[in-house]
Design a protein around this ligand. Structure first.
Ligand code: ZN
Ligand code: ZN
Length: 417
């Protein structure tokens, strides 16, 4: 019997896993420099949290959740996304007290039972940020700016920020009526899906993949952005002005819609030029109604979630993962081995990545090993070197060699790291 990982749930092995570690390190550093605090929530929640927080009638809740009864008969689900759990934690631990303005970032696995395709997994990973307690358009713009900064820092070359406004509880119902009127008139030209959900969710025609529907959406349907109430219009103008101030290029895309009522005003997606159909690196926006929906006070909120597997796919084409050790110590003979064993641990305590051979291998075999480990240099210490009190340092890319006295080895590597 041999074992493989579960379909749609992949291992990530070196060297690709180094890329992963680098994304994590850079993302967390950037989130912290924008004063977000880390928050960690469980991978399992009560199913009810997601049916209320994402919506019972969504594909995610209806078809894609891993839901099961635990031994107590309670319905639990693996989290399909990260926002509802963060809102739950915000309320459960009264993190809004005394100041509702709070900023969190998270990073972790999410689960959806999806049809398999490139860049789509059943266990996938997301990083996300949530800001609670401010309705300011400046928050919207700075999160978009922060994400642009992150993708640039990671080396994503081609991506686009697509922006839309979804209006609010004042202007959206009126717009919806107009949209419905228009759609009813063209019902026979819509695909079966759009016809079925027309009365319940007319907005979905905007993100329908059917070509006929796309054409109708782009040419004849009224657009939310043209029907915003005055406060929504001012908010949207504010976001655009702030993005310009922060040198953040964006394009307007009236086709970005969200099916749920608590999504309001700003919504955006970051789209890669390098991915096929699954081209969104992530999406976000304002969700002023969700905290209340989940039992809290009316609290404005804004968030973004980005997929890490998608990001890895894009980066595969654009950068090499950085990995390897700083120095491999090739020791020959028992005296040199004992000395080197002590030496690598002094180096490791200084944060210098080093390795050694444990098998009494020949110099040639040890050099090969160093090469496989992608070592920047090799420190060669044999009987002769032990007697002289100095080591041979070989640079693995230039092949240059020099000798350094034992007493100067630590300083030599401290300079480089
Ligand atoms: Zn409005
Ligand atoms: Zn359609």
């Amino acid at each position: 019997m041999s074992y493989t990982s579960v379909k749609g749930m992949d291992d990530l092995c070196p060297p690709e896993s180094y890329r992963w570690a680098e994304i994590e390190k850079k993302a967390k550093a950037i989130f912290e420099s924008f004063s977000f605090s880390p928050i960690v929530t469980p991978a399992v929640e009560r199913t009810e949290l997601f049916s209320r927080g994402i919506g019972r009638a969504t594909d995610i809740v209806e078809k894609q959740m891993y839901t099961f009864l635990d031994k107590n008969g309670e319905s639990l689900s693996l989290r399909p996304e990260g926002t509802a759990p963060v809102v739950r934690a915000y309320l459960e631990h009264q993190l809004y007290h005394p100041d509702p303005y709070q900023k969190f970032y998270y990073w972790g696995p999410m689960y959806r039972y999806e049809r398999m395709q490139k860049g789509r997994y059943r266990e996938f990973h997301q990083f996300g940020v949530e800001v609670f307690g401010s309705a300011s358009y400046r928050i919207d713009a700075e999160i978009i700016f922060m994400m642009m900064h992150l993708y640039r820092e990671l080396g994503v070359k081609k991506f686009e920020i697509q922006l839309n406004s979804l209006g609010c509880h004042e202007c959206r119902p009126k717009y919806r009526e107009q949209l419905l009127k228009e759609l009813r008139g063209q019902k026979s030209a819509l695909c079966a899906d759009c016809q079925n959900r027309l009365e319940k969710n007319p907005l979905r025609t905007f993100d329908c993949k059917n070509e006929g529907c796309q054409k109708i959406a782009q040419t004849t349907l009224p657009r939310m952005v043209d029907h915003l109430c005055e406060p929504c219009k001012a908010h949207f103008e504010g976001v655009k002005t702030a993005l310009n101030q922060l040198n953040t290029p964006f394009i307007l895309n009236p086709n970005i819609v969200r099916g749920l009522d608590y999504y309001v005003r700003t919504t955006f997606e970051i789209v890669s030029g390098d991915l096929g159909a699954q081209n969104a690196l992530g999406g976000g926006g304002r969700y002023d109604g969700l905290v209340k929906e989940l039992g809290g006070k009316d609290t404005p909120a804004f968030g973004y979630a980005g997929g890490i597997e998608r990001l890895l796919l894009v980066l595969e084409n654009e950068t090499q993962p950085k990995y390897g050790v700083n120095v491999f110590v090739a020791a020959l003979g028992p005296k040199a081995q004992a000395f080197s064993y002590g030496l690598i641990h002094k180096l490791r305590l200084k944060g210098i990545k080093c390795e050694i051979d444990y098998d009494d291998s020949s110099l040639k075999a040890q050099m090969k090993k160093a090469d496989r480990m992608n070592s920047q240099c090799v420190l060669i210490i044999g009987e002769d070197e032990m007697n002289k009190g100095e080591a041979i340092l070989r640079n693995m890319s230039t092949k240059e060699q020099k000798t350094i006295p034992f007493g100067e080895i630590l300083d030599e590597f401290k300079k480089k790291s």
